[in-house]
Every structure is written in structure tokens, then in C-alpha cells.
Design a protein around this ligand. Structure first.
Ligand SMILES: C[S@@+](CC[C@H](N)C(=O)[O-])C[C@H]1O[C@@H](n2cnc3c(N)ncnc32)[C@H](O)[C@@H]1O
Length: 249
């Protein structure tokens, strides 16, 4: 059973391409972006900051489909293997003449070096890895102007906690993020989107569960427990929901 925090994948290495290959989650994200293009309303984005950009699949989609005027894309990504996938993906879709900047570091180390203003901040599936995200939101304020957007996504539940797998260091729901944002930006506008994601239980084995639960400390017993405890639908799919909040400040 996972219990040693030093073996949690930590800030620096969530293997995101592998995660998405196992869960197929990317396709659900892209469908959601397509369906909610009007809610995201990214057409006039000139500068986009992506925190924990991962393998770049979501960002590349949004840049190519929904940010025709983009002039500056800033990615902060501390994981080497993610960066390897991210860079070519982004360069392929950047509008002509636009600039891409990469901070190969954690957001904590990068944030004071980033030059604003920024129109859109993407925080997809990354809040759980950031120990003090309240502090991050405070520090982000310097980069934003009236009308800037912060887009945050999180899985509604920690799927792995009920079976005793120590998951990410910090886990808190979107409700906490909303409280922090309301304190910082009393006049903010909030749009909330939820979409369904799922993956098949047959995909779960020791090595895949290590990737999707973000911990190396998984053994056969954990897999057996997980398969026993977690509810699946009649097709053997584990269903879960992902929230996206769009906060205009
Ligand atoms: C779950 S992945 C999400 C990737 C991407 N945003 C997406 O949704 O496709 C989280 C990413 O955040 C990165 N990350 C983890 N801790 C971070 C930190 N403190 N600052 C910046 N990025 C971080 C990880 O390396 C990983 O690529």
C-alpha cells in the first residue's frame, strides 16, 4: 500500500502522455473544448500562460482551434519527458509570427520571471500538484488585467484515495479554488462546466495504476483492491467527472 510520500510522483514527473494513453482522457477534454468554445471564449487571446502544460495536447488544440490571434504562448512545465512532447506540438500550431516561451521549472520558480499582462491562464489538472495554490493565485495577480481569464480544471473526486493509495500531495475540490478566487477578485465572473470521462478497468495493472494514480508505490494487492472497490458501469468502465471553471477577473 502506498504510504511513503517520497515515492509519490511529486511535482516533477507526472508522465502525462502515458496517462492519457491509458485513460483516453485527452479525447474527452478535446470534445469538451469543442462543445464549450463559446463559454471558453478564447478568440481574442493574445497572450496565454499555461501552468503545468504537460504534453501539450490540450493547449495545442486550443491554440489551433480557438486562439487565432495568439501572439505569445508561455508554458511552465517541470517534467523533462513532458517537455519533449510539448515543444514540437506547440511549435506546430503557433500562429505565424507568434512567440513561444518555455519555463522548464515549477511555477513557484518561474512566476516572478514571467512578464505580463496575460489574457488567459490555463491550469488544467495541475492544482493538485501545487502545494500552496492560494499563494499561487495571489502571485498570479500581478500578471493579470481586467478581463483576463483563469481556467482551472480538476477531477471531481480522488479516485484512488478510497482504496488507500496515497495520491497527490494536496487534494482539494474546486469549491476551495472558488473561495480563494472570490476573495481575490470580488467582481469576477464565473462559468462552470462539467464533463464526463471514463476508462476501462481492463487497462488497470500495476504499471498503469502507478501512472494514473501518480505514485510508484502500487503493487498487485492495490490493483486487486482497486478493481474490487471501485464501481464500474455495465461495460466495465470507470466513470468520473471533471470540472472546468472559467474565471474572468
Ligand atoms: C496532470 S498533468 C496536466 C497537463 C496539462 N495541463 C493537461 O491538462 O494536459 C500536470 C502537469 O503539471 C506539471 N506540474 C506538476 N507540478 C508542477 C508545478 N509545481 N509547477 C508547474 N507544473 C507542474 C506536471 O509535470 C504535469 O505535466
Amino acid at each position: 500500500m502506498a504510504s511513503d510520500p517520497t515515492k509519490v510522483f511529486s511535482n516533477y514527473n507526472a508522465p502525462w502522455t502515458a496517462y492519457r494513453e491509458i485513460t483516453g482522457q485527452g479525447q474527452y477534454y478535446l470534445r469538451c473544448f469543442e462543445k464549450h468554445a463559446a463559454d471558453l471564449d478564447l478568440r481574442d487571446t493574445l497572450t496565454c500562460l499555461s501552468i503545468g502544460a504537460g504534453c501539450g495536447e490540450s493547449d495545442a488544440f486550443l491554440i489551433s482551434q480557438q486562439m487565432p490571434r495568439l501572439q505569445r504562448y508561455i508554458a511552465v512545465e517541470p517534467d523533462k519527458s513532458n517537455v519533449k512532447d510539448l515543444v514540437p506540438r506547440i511549435l506546430e500550431v503557433m500562429p505565424k509570427g507568434a512567440n513561444a516561451e518555455l519555463y522548464y521549472s515549477s511555477i513557484d520558480d518561474a512566476i516572478d520571471h514571467i512578464q505580463g499582462p496575460v489574457d488567459v491562464v490555463l491550469l488544467f489538472e495541475v492544482i493538485y500538484y501545487i502545494l500552496d495554490y492560494s499563494d499561487l493565485f495571489k502571485r498570479l495577480k500581478r500578471l493579470l488585467k481586467t478581463g483576463s481569464k483563469i481556467i482551472v480544471s480538476m477531477c471531481q473526486d480522488d479516485l484512488y484515495k478510497p482504496v488507500g493509495i496515497q495520491h497527490l500531495k494536496t487534494w482539494s475540490g474546486m469549491a476551495d479554488v472558488q473561495v480563494i478566487m472570490r476573495d481575490l477578485y470580488p467582481c469576477q465572473k464565473l462559468k462552470e462546466i462539467t464533463f464526463d470521462s471514463e476508462y476501462h478497468m481492463s487497462k488497470v495493472n500495476v504499471s498503469s495504476l502507478q501512472v494514473i494514480a501518480c505514485t510508484t508505490n502500487v503493487d498487485e494487492d492495490d490493483v486487486t483492491t482497486f478493481k474490487r472497490v471501485v464501481k464500474t458501469n455495465e461495460n466495465g468502465m470507470l466513470e468520473y467527472k471533471i470540472d472546468i471553471d472559467i474565471i474572468t477577473v
